[in-house]
Ligand binder design. Sequence first.
Ligand SMILES: [Zn+2]
Ligand SMILES: [Zn+2]
Length: 346
Amino acid sequence: MKAMVVRDTGEAGVLALEDVPEPELRAHDVRIKVDACGVCFHDVVTRNGTMKRGIELPFIPGHEVSGEVVEIGPRVTQFQVGDRVAAAQRRHICGHCGLCRTGQETSCEEREFLGDAGLNGGYAEYVNVEEDNLALIPDGVALEDAAIAACAIGTELNAIRDIGKVRPGERVLITGAGGGLGIHGVQLARLAGAFVVAVTSSEEKAARIREAGAHEVVVTGRGEDFSARVRDVSDGGVDVCIDNVGSPTFQPTRRSFAMGGRWVFVGQLTGEFVQLNPAQLFFRNLSILSAKSTSREQLRDSLDLMRRGMVQVRIVERLPLDGAVEAHRSVEAGRSVGRTVLRPAL
Ligand SMILES: [Zn+2]
Ligand SMILES: [Zn+2]
């Protein structure tokens, strides 16, 4: 099969189109003919070597997968050939630990993130995923859109609804609002009844973010302190921040909170450490929280929101597999508003 392979980490050009054997089908595996695979910042940090945990070279990146089931392993009971499925970012979980049994499989000790190790990932014609990590795509949801339901929508649903527990009327800051996660986070925060303040890097993106439902958009240059403007438009600071950026905006984000703020970390775009004096937390009574990927239940909820038209999927570009190089450069530069997907059939 055709796949984009990373044999050595480095700049985007290390992604190379290769002919590789289809991955071996194990007992609980479902073989998916990939319709679309989202290009995520996670793929950038695994490809450039910033992220090392769980990475095994060579690998085929890609965890935002949708497609049609073409073969099932002998122990598979939940899916059949011909089903339309979306992957919940992981390739394997144990399925029986306390975390797996209570919808917290994102933290299962045995979890294997899809596309981080070996020649089985979404930037390919075929990918194998164990059945516990898949959801059926409801009628009325396009296969292509379903590819990004888990990561770009489900992770923000996790952060806003389940971890951040956003309530109507609360002021919510979304950083990196023009990115694949951020643009859906804006919609979900609005849906939760929040007063939504978004931070982004260009006027052009700001217009798209307003369309997605932000009440206020603060446009800021790299390294600028946007906190005074956020506090101004939110009448004194925000109650919750869904932080899709991490280190690069750490200090201005910290200064944007009202008393008792809840800071939910979702993304970390660089590997840098940050400076924090613990007093800075308790003087403002801040809580630091984190949202880690998407459970299968959150994926199903995201697909339902899409089916009902309550969230509009923002896919901005479709490229063939070897378009991954260009897509990585564009994601790295923060150029697009929404997600780019690779479509092996193109
Ligand atoms: Zn992702
Ligand atoms: Zn488990």
